[in-house]
Ligand binder design. Structure first.
Ligand code: PGA
Length: 250
């Protein structure tokens, strides 16, 4: 982390929380985030966006979606568009999460089209990349990440209009976390790749989050790495105390 980049801690609630628990969690996060030294985001399931948005409206916490369509509107049953997320109060949207890639067959090209739609709607995409355990074991991590960046990112964006999340698939929801050194190695690769793909000043200003079993006990070490600018938190974002403890470690 350098002085030019502000930490960002995002909670990815995934397909969890019915209404009363979700609103209670959002209110507790908002209450505990009165003076955060980092940007805080909660990304609830789509049906809770409005009520969670109300619960955090007088706080520093921002709202994000977990996915969006690459189309703005039309006959796409079950999908939610980027303008709809914006209309519901979102500032961010997670795109290309490995669960979307694995369970919904999302390709890099799909993620790129969604990221363009998100930018068009005025949202900040949080684009996820990450290798599987087999790819890491075969020494392919950097090549996989580079290909995902080349294929998933829009052709034009600036340092503050898009966020990258490095989420090693083998660390998501498994309790296995990348070591701070492993995370830093990939984050620094991502920044170097972005400098070529975009421009050095864009790469140096962009925030690159780590995701994969980040919790209060390991957050300080991960966030202490020079190219780790925040976290995308799954399981630990479902408890306000844990999520706020991670934010406090930034
Ligand atoms: P986890 O999930 O923190 O539960 O590992 C992270 C993510 O998938 O965003």
């Amino acid at each position: 982390m350098t002085d030019s980049r502000r930490y960002l801690i995002a909670g990815n609630w995934k397909m969890n929380m019915l209404r009363s628990d979700g609103v209670e969690l959002a209110a507790a996060v908002a209450e505990g985030a009165t003076n955060p030294n980092c940007d805080l985001i909660v990304c609830p399931p789509a049906q809770l966006l409005t009520e969670v948005g109300t619960a955090i409206s007088h706080s520093a916490v921002a709202l994000g979606g977990q996915d969006c369509s690459d189309k703005a509107s039309g006959a796409y049953t079950g999908d939610v568009s980027a303008p709809m997320l914006k209309d519901a109060g979102c500032r961010y949207v997670i795109l290309g999460h490995s669960e979307r890639r694995a369970y919904h067959g999302e390709s890099d090209a799909t993620v790129k089209a969604k990221a363009i739609a998100a930018l068009d709607a005025g949202l900040i995409p949080i684009v996820c990349v990450g290798e599987t355990e087999a790819e890491r074991d075969q020494g392919k991590t950097m090549a996989v990440i580079s290909a995902q960046l080349d294929g998933s990112l829009p052709d034009a964006f600036d340092a503050t209009s898009l966020v990258i999340a490095y989420e090693p698939v083998w660390a998501i929801g498994t309790g296995r976390t990348a070591t701070p050194e492993q995370a830093q190695e990939v984050h620094s690769h991502i920044r170097a790749h972005l400098a070529i793909q975009t421009a050095p000043e864009v790469a140096s200003g962009m925030r690159i989050l780590y995701g994969g079993s980040m919790k209060p006990e390991n957050a300080g070490d991960l966030l202490g790495q020079s190219d780790v600018d925040g976290g995308l938190i799954g399981g630990a974002s479902l408890k306000a105390a844990d999520f706020l403890a991670i934010a406090a470690a930034s």
